[in-house]
Ligand binder design. Structure first.
Ligand SMILES: NC(=O)C1=CN([C@@H]2O[C@H](COP(=O)(O)OP(=O)(O)OC[C@H]3O[C@@H](n4cnc5c(N)ncnc54)[C@H](OP(=O)(O)O)[C@@H]3O)[C@@H](O)[C@H]2O)[C@@H](O)CC1
Ligand SMILES: Nc1ncnc2c1ncn2[C@@H]1O[C@H](COP(=O)(O)OP(=O)(O)O)[C@@H](O)[C@H]1O
Ligand SMILES: [K+]
Length: 493
C-alpha cells in the first residue's frame, strides 16, 4: 500500500530514489512534467486562448517550466509568469528548466497577468516546500492566480499554492482555488481533508515511477488504498463452496418508517456474496422485508448471536434499545460487529459500552456521528484522525470516518485513506449499503482489516460505476446494483 509521506520526507524520498536507481532530481522533475502533460493530453482540452503558467523559484516552479516546454512542443500556446524577483533565487533544476525553455514562449512577471487573455491557468508557484506563514508577496501572487476564478480551469501542480502539505487550514483565503490538483507520487495528506475540498478541486494522482516500497521505508502511519491493494485481500472460493462458506450474517436494523435502511443493508450484503442474511426487525414490519428482499429471513426477538458469523447493528434502528439490552448483546457476542447510524448514536449516549464491543469490530461514523461519538465538534480532519487513531488502538476497533476519501483508522494504528468514490454518493441510504457490504465480508471469514479495506473500496467503486451511469440522479439502490460490476472490475469471482 502506498504510504502517504510528509512534505519534509519528499526530499529524502527523492534522494533515496536517485541513489538507488541513479535517476537525477532533474530527471524526476522531467518525469513529473511528462506525467502531467500525458494526463493533459488524455483530457482532449480545447482552449481558444493561451494557457498561463505561474512558476515559483523552487522545484514546483521547475515542474511548471518543464510542463510549459512540453505543452508548447505539443502545439499548445503557453505563457510563463514568473513569481520570483531574480534568477539567482532559483533552485538548480528550476534554473536548468528556465534555460531549456524555447525562445518563443513569452516569459513575464506575474504582475503583468491579465486574466481575460487566457483559457486556463497552471499553478506551479508553491508545492511541498511551503514553510510557515505566507509572506505578503506570496499572498498577492495567490490572489492574482485566483483572479482567474470563473474564467476557466486552474490546474495546481502537486498542491494548490498556499496549502501546506500536512496541516489543516481553517482559513483558506490565501490559497489557490484549483479546479484540479495533480499531485505526484502520493497524495499529500492535506489534499484528503474535507475542509480543503474547495481549494483542491478534483484530485488526480500521477505516478512518477517511485515504487510503493521506497515510500514504505520512511516513517509514517498514513496510507492510500488503491485497487491493487484490495485484490489480494479477497478470499477465493472453490467449486465445492457451499452457502455456509459464504457466511451467515445478522442485520439488526429498521423501525417503522425506516425499513428502507434495513432493505438496503440486506441487499448489499447479499450482492456482496453473503450465504444467508437474517434481519432482526420489528414484527409489524415483516411484510415490507419479505416482499422487498425475499432472499432474506427475518427474526423479531433477540437471537443467539453465536448462530452468526458477523452482525451489523444500527441502520434505521432508532434509539429505543435499552442500555441493558445493548450491554448484554455486546457481552454475549463474540463475532465482529459493524456499528453504524443509530448504533453509533446509542454508543454516544452510553460511552461506557464502548469497552464491551467485540474486538475487531468496525464502526462507521459520518462526520456528524463522529462528533457525537467523540463529544466535540471537530473542524480539523487532522484532529479527527488523531483522536480516531488513539481510540482504535485503545479499544482494538476499526473506524471508518466516512466521506470523500474515507479515513479508515485500523486497530493496528494505521490510517488508510480510500481512493475510490464519487460525490454522487452523497445521497441517503448509501451508508446503509456500506454496513451491508462490510458485514458480508466479515461473515465470509475475512479478517476485520481485510473486510474493512475490501468493503470500503468496493463501496466507493460501486459508487463510481453507478455514478458514471446516473450522475447526480444516482440513488443508493443503484449503488447496490453496481456491486456485481465492482467485483468484475477487480476480477473477483
Ligand atoms: N517526489 C516528488 O514529490 C517530486 C517533487 N517535485 C516537485 O518539487 C516540489 C517541491 O520543491 P521544493 O522543495 O523546491 O519546494 P517548493 O514547493 O517549490 O517551494 C519552495 C518555494 O516556496 C517558497 N516559500 C516557502 N515558504 C514560503 C512562505 N511561507 N511564503 C512565501 N514563499 C515561501 C520558497 O521561497 P524562499 O523561501 O526560497 O524565498 C521557494 O520559492 C514539489 O511540490 C513538486 O512540485 C518534482 O519536481 C520531482 C519529484
Ligand atoms: N462526496 C463524496 N465522495 C465520496 N463518497 C462519499 C461522498 N459523500 C458521501 N460519500 C459516502 O457515502 C456514504 C454516506 O454515508 P452516510 O452519511 O452514513 O449516509 P446514510 O446515513 O444516508 O446512509 C459514506 O460511505 C461516504 O463515504
Ligand atoms: K502548486
Amino acid at each position: 500500500m502506498l504510504k502517504i509521506l510528509s512534505g519534509n520526507q519528499v526530499k529524502i524520498l527523492d534522494l533515496n530514489h536517485q541513489q538507488e536507481l541513479g535517476i537525477s532530481s532533474l530527471e524526476l522533475m522531467e518525469k513529473s512534467a511528462h506525467s502531467f502533460v500525458e494526463w493533459w493530453a488524455g483530457q482532449s482540452f480545447q482552449f481558444e486562448k493561451a494557457v498561463a503558467i505561474f512558476v515559483g523559484s523552487g522545484n514546483n516552479g521547475g515542474d511548471g517550466l518543464a510542463i510549459a516546454r512540453l505543452l508548447s512542443k505539443g502545439g499548445i500556446n503557453v505563457n510563463v509568469f514568473t513569481c520570483f524577483d531574480s534568477e539567482d533565487k532559483l533552485s538548480p533544476d528550476t534554473s536548468t528548466n528556465l534555460n531549456l525553455l524555447p525562445a518563443g514562449i513569452p516569459v513575464e512577471s506575474w504582475t503583468l497577468f491579465d486574466s481575460s487573455r487566457y483559457s486556463a491557468v497552471i499553478d506551479s508557484f508553491l508545492g511541498v516546500g511551503l514553510r510557515g506563514e505566507l509572506r505578503p508577496k506570496a499572498i498577492s501572487i495567490i490572489e492574482k492566480i485566483n483572479s482567474f476564478l470563473g474564467k476557466g480551469p486552474i490546474y495546481s501542480v502537486d498542491l494548490p499554492s498556499g496549502l501546506p502539505s500536512d496541516e489543516s487550514l481553517s482559513n483558506l483565503t490565501p490559497v489557490v482555488s484549483a479546479s484540479f490538483t495533480l499531485t505526484f507520487s502520493f497524495p499529500k495528506l492535506s489534499l484528503l481533508f474535507p475542509e480543503h475540498a474547495s481549494v483542491v478541486g478534483e484530485l488526480v494522482l500521477l505516478d512518477i515511477g517511485i515504487p510503493d516500497e521506497s515510500h514504505e521505508r520512511l516513517e509514517g502511519e498514513n496510507y492510500y488504498l488503491q485497487k491493487k491493494d484490495v485484490i489480494p485481500l479477497h478470499r477465493r472460493f472453490h467449486r465445492f463452496s457451499h452457502k455456509g462458506d459464504f457466511g451467515k450474517v445478522l442485520i439488526w436494523a429498521g423501525q417503522k418508517g425506516k425499513m428502507g435502511a434495513a432493505i438496503l443493508a440486506a441487499k448489499a450484503a447479499l450482492r456482496t456474496g453473503s450465504g444467508l442474511v437474517t434481519l432482526q426487525i420489528p414484527e409489524s414490519e415483516r411484510q415490507i422485508i419479505q416482499i422487498a428482499v425475499p432472499e432474506a429471513m427475518c427474526v423479531f426477538d433477540p437471537v443467539d448471536s453465536h448462530d452468526f458469523d458477523a452482525i451489523a447493528l444500527g441502520p434505521g434502528l432508532g434509539q429505543k434499545i435499552s442500555v441493558e439490552v445493548l450491554s448484554s448483546f455486546f457481552t454475549s457476542t463474540h463475532c465482529p460487529l459493524v456499528i453504524d447510524a443509530d448504533g453509533l448514536n446509542l454508543l454516544a449516549s452510553h460511552p461506557e459500552l464502548i469497552a464491551k464491543i467485540p474486538k475487531g469490530s468496525i464502526l462507521t461514523p459520518h462526520l456528524g456521528e463522529f462528533s457525537r461519538l467523540f463529544g466535540t465538534t471537530y473542524s480539523s480532519h487532522l484532529d479527527r484522525i488523531k483522536v480516531g487513531r488513539e481510540f482504535c488502538l485503545k479499544y482494538e476497533l476499526n473506524l471508518v470516518i466516512k466521506g470523500a476519501n474515507s479515513a479508515i483508522c485500523l486497530a493496528d494504528g494505521r490510517v488508510i485513506f480510500n481512493s475510490s468514490g464519487t460525490k454522487h454518493m452523497a445521497t441517503g441510504g448509501v451508508g446503509d449499503v456500506l454496513s451491508g457490504i462490510l458485514v458480508s465480508f466479515l461473515g465470509q471469514g475475512y479478517s476485520p482489516i481485510s473486510a474493512v479495506l475490501c468493503g470500503v473500496y468496493h463501496h466507493g467503486l460501486a459508487g463510481e460505476i453507478a455514478g458514471s451511469d446516473y450522475g447526480r440522479s444516482m440513488i443508493a439502490t443503484d449503488l447496490v446494483e453496481a456491486i456485481p460490476e465492482s467485483f468484475l472490475a477487480l476480477d473477483i469471482d
